[in-house]
Design a protein around this ligand. Structure first.
Ligand code: ADP
Ligand code: ZN
Length: 214
């Protein structure tokens, strides 16, 4: 099964994807994680994308498209988090792959700002935590792999605002692009502390109802 998960920064894409991966047979693939790990390893890709990640800007389409196409090659079951983020990327994906559904996370700006400022991410595996609503068992340590948790530079208030603007201008039109083309699963959340498992249950039951999960 080929799923996309889409929504503004802080909407829960990474958190939900990781739980969905534990429950159905899909691999969580996150472009943000791919880029952050390249920056950390100081690879050629990492050198090219570092300044975009630091400033919260989008990495150029051509480069992202190439990375994603290579990553998806030979992978049939995935939940893709962080891509496509522009209409150009959506067209490119459409050109080489049929996806089964798009999960759209509908949240307010207040929620995303609150969540990002308290978000902590594992340096090793990318697992996402929240200082209040999704606490790790041991402070500062990843439940999944024992890695160290940190506050991403692009989760600081000044950059958050720019990322939300970029989302509205560049990414939101992707929803329109897919309308009528593929099934939509819409997850609406109006509370920053909405229980994660309940949200994931809602997504999975919609996938079942729409016969996407068979
Ligand atoms: P979030 O969803 O919290 O904004 P991500 O981890 O998905 O964060 O992405 C972090 C950064 O990686 C983005 O701000 C951007 O610089 C880069 N990036 C990730 N995916 C894409 C993409 N599809 N196109 C362009 N840039 C991307
Ligand atoms: Zn970890």
């Amino acid at each position: 099964m080929k799923l996309l998960i889409f929504g503004p920064p802080g909407s829960g894409k990474g958190t939900y994807s990781s739980r969905i991966e534990d429950r159905i047979d899909v691999k969580h693939i996150s472009t943000g994680d791919i880029f952050r790990s390249a920056v950390k390893g100081n690879t050629d890709l990492g050198k090219k994308v570092k300044e975009y990640l630091d400033s919260g800007e989008l990495v150029p389409d051509e480069l992202v498209n190439k990375v994603v196409k290579e990553r998806l090659e030979g992978t049939d079951d995935f939940i893709l988090d962080g891509y496509p983020r522009t209409v150009e990327q959506a067209k490119f994906l459409d050109g080489f792959m049929d996806v089964d559904a798009i999960i759209v996370l509908d949240v307010t700006d207040e929620i995303t700002i609150e969540r990002l400022s308290a978000r902590r991410v594992c340096k090793e595996c990318g697992e996402v935590f929240h200082r209040l609503f999704n606490k790790p068992k041991k402070e500062g340590v990843c439940d999944k792999c024992g890695g160290e948790l940190y506050h991403r530079d692009d989760d600081k208030p000044s950059v958050i605002r720019d990322r939300i603007k970029t989302y509205e201008n560049m990414s939101e039109p992707v929803i329109e692009y897919f309308e009528g083309k593929i099934p939509f699963v819409i997850n609406r959340c109006r509370k920053a502390d909405a229980p994660i498992d309940k949200m994931v249950d809602g997504i999975i039951s919609q996938l079942e109802e729409k016969d996407i999960l068979s």
